[in-house]
Design a protein around this ligand. Sequence first.
Ligand SMILES: [Zn+2]
Length: 453
Amino acid sequence: MGEDVRAYAESQRSTFERFLRELVEIPTVSADPARKGDMQRCAETAAELIRSLGGQASIWPTSGNPIVFGRFERGPDYPGLAFYNHLDVQPADEPEWKSDPFRLRVEDGRYIGRGATDDKGPAVACLLAAKYAYDRGLPLNFYFIWELEEEIGSPHFEEGLQAHRSEVRVRSVFVSDSIWISRDRPSVDYGLRGLQGATLYLRTAEVDAHSGVTGGAAPNPIAELCRILMACFDPGTGEVKIPHFYDDVVPPTEEELDNFVQSGFDVERFRKTYGFRWLRTEDLRELLKRIWAWPTFEVHGIAGGYQGPGIKTIIPHWAEAKVSMRLVPNQVPEKVFQLLADYVRQLNPLVEVRSHGSLAPYVGEFKGPHADALRRAVRRAFGIEPAFIREGGSIGAVLTMKKLLDVPILMMGLSLPEHGYHAPNEYFDWDQARRGIEVFNYYFEELAQLYRG
Ligand SMILES: [Zn+2]
């Protein structure tokens, strides 16, 4: 059986490439309202691809972008598995792109283009894997839920899924939208951090003033926001100083931290991948806790004052800080936002604090029958154990699926750190696609056994 799966995966290279090209060449930048038409076009193209393999596909409209729903159904009495992937992408306006980000460039088994690894490539790999399992008669129904708003926080996903949840008859969900530790260490993610964004806006005058005439007496809004930010967190350690911020945090268990440490994560490789000149900690256990299972406060930008060449000796009259907090179980975004707003008000009541999007944290299981099934599949495909880790980012749709479908959600991506998630010259590679098609098929075999029992 293993031989056949491997041979099938190998035989799908041209199909994979053709499908990926069709999807990458539609610029589905969800953050850009001008791409609205491309969203619909991508949904229709994706539905056609599913149909071309013999599946059924429909498009769920929402008040935002549509959701593609695909099916390979054996019959109403068979257990079902749903795949979640997203077909929208990050903007691609970085000057570092070496070629048009919306033309798929193929180079030595690499597929270069925006969305190739996040998440169009993995979506196509999941589709081709399921198609094979279906054709060879595995007793499972396969469903595909392909979203087009993931990169903007899935604002209409719940609306779309809510309206069609009865069509998604599943025993579990599989999400392929995350990154391995390294090429030789597959990772299964069972947790996501939540997110609460905010802006801090301060206006101190009606117009900019001369720093020679007023400096020394005039309030400075940029400096005042910096003072407030420094009161919110310690930039040396990252420790958050907002009162009661950590009250609801459930720390990771020692067993989880042991798993993190054994994942093969390398501190120096991490530092180099991102080009950081230093890290807030170089201790492996502490670093992994901080990026996967501990909350943060970060500053993303400060606006205000003079930004042109040289200097201009003004006292600015307004400033804005853009911040966010990554959250872990059992922190509640709304509550955390209130803690921030109350604290800032106490520090300076003139600062306006506005909420900018929030997502709750999520933690699933790293033990149990589904995790074991995936562990066995990975061992069979690659001869090694997958690392069971949490992911520092957020996928809003996971929370929605947990709420509406209420089944186990397993997360295993196919992307590698070097693929450049959200970065210029993003790419995916055939090796990962092929290995994905293979390991997913072993996982389906495990599930078929599990659901029969
Ligand atoms: Zn993604």
